[in-house]
Design a protein around this ligand. Structure first.
Ligand code: SAH
Length: 208
């Protein structure tokens, strides 16, 4: 089972899902309608979404309200860490061309993107956001330390990893890693991290 699934069973976090359809309008319980001004796709109605949000939150509810959307601010590990320290979040997602702008403003929805590409629906994006947050919750990761050295913490990509066998298709493990000298190992790993970040993600170092 997944880390997040295990943590759910251990009651470390819980998920309440709300079906927008329960707040739909008319005989067919419609939640969306055609875009004002014309064009492709359907737009999630402001009244429907507002009622769905109001049904699960009250005035004192300070939980961040996120709307999964390619227009949003790209998700970062820093943001994930910030969200992992809150008492919970409300995530809005669906399969719509768009969401009526008025409800985004009226209910203070913060648009979050998981990357510069388009999915057919917001659910996988929401799942990704949840997975990233849940693994940071206390008691979820076996080795608490592993969260600290990972890619993006310190704005660096992680160093390369090696394990047995000592030789694989003629390739050996860098000697420093088997030397038992922890100081040298740390230094080597840091250098490799910087090197890798410089080649693959110079934007993280701020010098692209
Ligand atoms: N017309 C929109 C894209 C709609 S994609 C636009 O151009 O901005 C359909 C749904 O998938 C959206 O409602 C959104 O919730 C979700 N989605 C698609 N790509 C996403 C991404 N990169 N990050 C977060 N959510 C995304």
């Amino acid at each position: 089972m997944s880390l997040a699934g295990n943590a759910l069973e251990k009651d470390i976090w819980e998920l309440e899902t709300i079906n927008l359809r329960d707040f739909g309008k008319g005989k067919h319980a419609n939640v969306d309608d055609t875009p004002a001004g014309g064009g492709a796709g359907m737009v999630l109605r402001a009244d429907v979404l507002a009622e769905a949000i109001d049904a699960t939150t009250d005035e004192q509810d300070a939980r961040p309200r996120l709307l999964m959307s390619p227009r949003g601010k790209p998700l970062t590990q820093e943001k994930v860490r910030e969200l992992s320290r809150t008492d919970g979040i409300v995530i809005v997602c669906g399969r719509f061309e768009g969401v009526d702008e008025r409800v985004i403003e009226a209910r203070n929805l913060e648009e979050v993107s998981i990357g510069d590409y388009i999915l057919s629906g917001g659910e996988p994006a929401a799942t990704i956001l949840l997975d990233a947050i849940v693994r940071l919750l206390p008691g979820v990761m076996g080795n608490e330390e592993s969260g600290e050295t990972e890619s993006f913490e310190n704005n660096l990509l992680e160093h390369p990893h090696y394990t047995r066998p000592a030789e694989f298709e003629g390739k050996t493990i860098p000697q420093v890693l088997t030397s038992g000298n922890h100081g040298k190992v740390d230094k080597w790993r840091h250098e490799k991290s910087v090197e890798l970040t410089r080649t693959r993600r110079p934007d993280l170092l701020g010098d692209d």
